[in-house]
Design a protein around this ligand. Structure first.
Ligand SMILES: Nc1nc2c(ncn2[C@@H]2O[C@H](COP(=O)(O)OP(=O)(O)OP(=O)(O)O)[C@@H](O)[C@H]2O)c(=O)[nH]1
Length: 617
């Protein structure tokens, strides 16, 4: 059958009975975006010749890295037994940093396609997403993808999947997003199994915002799912959390290009444009209602995304500070999860302390700043947020090691996560060893099948957020998968390690670490700096210290050479020339006390190898 054979136009007035709202949930790389592409083709909304891989991933970075960052919603027509239906598909991101996007998308659906790679089986985010879908009472359609792969084991994994959600392995659909096999049967199944949306068409309008995106030409485009009532163009709407009202300039559906419509009714998914310029005014999780006839109660919202990782961003060239400030302001219009505030560092000058959802979010933001705004940036070593209680009971929140209070400290609390790791049995020992070394506490262990195990640990966020996943992957030959979520905080034995150059503290290198790891951080950093800082006219001691106690020490020997030595002839103009030349070179140096530190030393010392690996992915 040709891809166009089953095409029928989107029905004009959408009766909720023919609407199906669904999302595709999966572990990263199990093929969501590829399957979404194939559905767009099968339903005829994207013609074959216009098709490009990952149609819905519009940002350059998304395409290059092959990952989905922003969710998208598309409406597709589909016919079953001679009846026309409107399917709203919401594509969701898969990386753990963006879990909050998944939960928002789920709340807009009645059903979810649970996609599992037929060559990999269930992974940690398969479970995490499945649990999220179950919490939202969604109908789950289990599907094995990539059955075209020679390594696919559909029988084995159908059984695993059926056992997990309760059902018959024969009911697990088998598809290939690559070849298109089984995709039409899946679309039929979506129509048959996922319930039509229910809502009161005569009630005051209530629509839930599940995404909002900044567009340079159109301002903020807000994606909503209508629960009750309807919204029409030109009416005034109200955001229920802030009571702010706006005029609806345009309303429509994405199919997949934005197509204006006469309105959106119960169960429909579409977009709104109000001329608002800041995504924070169109908050995800908020309820949109009609200003003239407002709803009494808003829909249950979801939590605001909370930044987990903080890092200082500094322009290498101090003159770029205003460019960085404007760039962050613009990025924030499009990224409600990004938070920042100005900060100054004695070593690095003026910059910003920025909060991110995770390391991938940090890397992507930094890359966008450098690429889209032509900036060269130094990012300081990332850290989590600590809560410090002083002897006088005052509580200080620390997102930057240099803010760590000097006074008498009663206790320090650090954020914790509960982590789930899935791996083949043979790696249990290696995984436990790693988690133990990261101060983890075993929560439990379950066998999913005879050769796959789910291990649960409670760990400090700081131990898991930076290089944990890379190490886990290498210890398990790439077989383990990891998912985690925030899980309160705990009191811990933490200290601040300072790095001193010739007795002068360099704030950019300070770090908050567990007491047991302070020594190794000190040794690592002093060693790195000894390599990176050139020799000076005098000897430079490099020390690592906790308070006034020195825990590691290196030193850079002095150079003997005196630049003026060769001018003993006393020619004053030659002397001056030499000194001028030296001054030029010094411009690219930062002075820390009397020590000249080249800009590159900061960049190299602060860029950990693991973040470079991430950037390559
Ligand atoms: N052989 C084969 N490869 C597939 C199939 N579906 C996807 N792939 C490949 O699997 C990889 C990941 O696919 P994506 O569609 O980008 O995965 P995703 O789940 O959307 O990834 P995120 O958006 O990052 O969560 C790509 O290299 C695809 O080409 C399939 O049915 N068969």
């Amino acid at each position: 059958m040709s891809p166009m054979a089953r095409f029928s136009p989107v029905p004009a007035a959408t009766d909720p009975a023919i609407i199906r709202n669904f999302c595709i949930i999966a572990h990263i790389d199990h093929g969501k975006s590829t399957l979404a592409d194939r559905m767009l083709q099968s339903t005829g909304v994207v013609e074959h010749r216009n098709m490009k891989a990952q149609y819905l991933d519009r940002m350059d970075i998304e395409r290059e890295r092959g990952i989905t960052i922003k969710s998208q919603a598309v409406r597709m027509p589909w016919e079953v037994d001679g009846e026309s239906y409107a399917l709203n598909m919401i594509d969701t991101p898969g990386h753990v940093d963006f879990t909050y996007e998944v939960s928002r998308s789920l709340a807009a659906c009645e059903g979810a396609v649970l996609l599992v790679d037929a060559a990999q089986g269930i992974e940690a985010q398969t479970l995490a997403n499945l649990y999220l879908a179950m919490e939202n009472d969604l109908t789950i359609i289990p599907v094995l993808n990539k059955i075209d792969l020679p390594a696919a084991q559909p029988e084995k994994y159908a059984e695993e999947l059926a056992k997990l959600i309760g059902g018959d392995p024969a009911d697990v659909l088998r598809v290939s997003g690559k070849t298109g096999v089984g995709v039409e049967a899946l679309l039929d199944q979506i129509v048959r199994e996922i319930p039509a949306p229910q809502g009161d068409p005569n009630a005051p309008a209530r629509a839930m915002i599940f995404d909002s995106v900044y567009d340079t030409y159109r301002g903020v485009v807000t994606y909503v799912r209508v629960i009750d009532g309807s919204l029409s163009p030109r009416e005034r709407i109200q955001m229920m959390s802030t009571r702010a009202s706006h005029e609806l300039l345009e309303i429509g559906v994405s199919s997949p290009e934005p197509t204006p419509s006469k309105g959106l009714g119960v169960g429909e998914v579409g977009y709104l444009i109000t001329g608002v310029k800041d995504v924070r005014l169109s908050k995800v999780g908020d309820t949109v209602t009609n200003l003239a006839k407002p709803a009494a109660e808003s829909l249950p919202g979801y939590a605001d995304p909370k930044p987990m990782v903080f890092s200082g961003l500094y322009p290498i060239d101090g003159a770029d500070y205003p460019v960085l400030r404007d760039a962050l302001e613009k990025l924030m219009l499009n990224d409600a999860a990004l938070v920042y505030e100005p900060e100054t560092s004695a070593a690095l000058g003026f910059g910003f302390r920025v909060g991110f959802l995770g390391l991938l979010h940090l890397e992507i933001t930094r890359e966008r700043l450098e690429r889209e705004y032509n900036l060269d940036l130094i990012s300081t070593a990332p850290n989590v947020e600590y809560e410090v209680t002083l002897e006088d009971k005052k509580v200080v929140t620390v997102t930057n090691p240099s803010e760590y209070p000097e006074g008498k400290i009663k206790e320090v609390r650090e954020p914790m996560v509960s982590a789930t790791i899935l791996a083949p049995n043979e790696f249990v020992g290696a995984i436990m060893e790693l988690c133990q070394a990261r101060r983890g506490v075993l929560g439990g262990m379950d066998y999913l099948s005879e050769d796959r195990v789910e291990i649960r640990y409670r760990l400090p966020l700081a131990e898991i957020v930076f290089d944990f996943f890379d190490i886990l992957k290498s210890k398990t030959r790439g077989y383990a998968s990891l998912d985690w979520k925030a899980d309160g905080e705990q009191v811990a034995d933490l200290v601040k390690v300072d790095i001193l150059l010739q007795g002068e503290q360099v704030d950019a290198f300070s770090s908050i670490t567990h007491k047991d790891k302070a020594y190794s951080y000190g040794v690592m950093m002093t060693g790195k700096l000894r390599e990176l800082i050139p020799r000076q006219q005098f000897e430079v001691p490099i020390q690592a210290a906790i308070g006034s106690r020195i825990i590691a020490r290196e030193s850079i020997r002095a150079i003997r050479k005196d630049v003026l030595a060769k001018c003993y002839g006393g020619d004053i103009s030659r002397k001056r020339k030499l000194l001028e030349k030296q001054k030029e070179g010094k411009k690219r140096m930062k002075m820390v006390g009397r020590v000249e530190v080249p800009q590159e030393a900061f960049v190299a010392a602060l860029s950990s190898d693991e973040s470079k690996d991430k950037a390559k992915k």
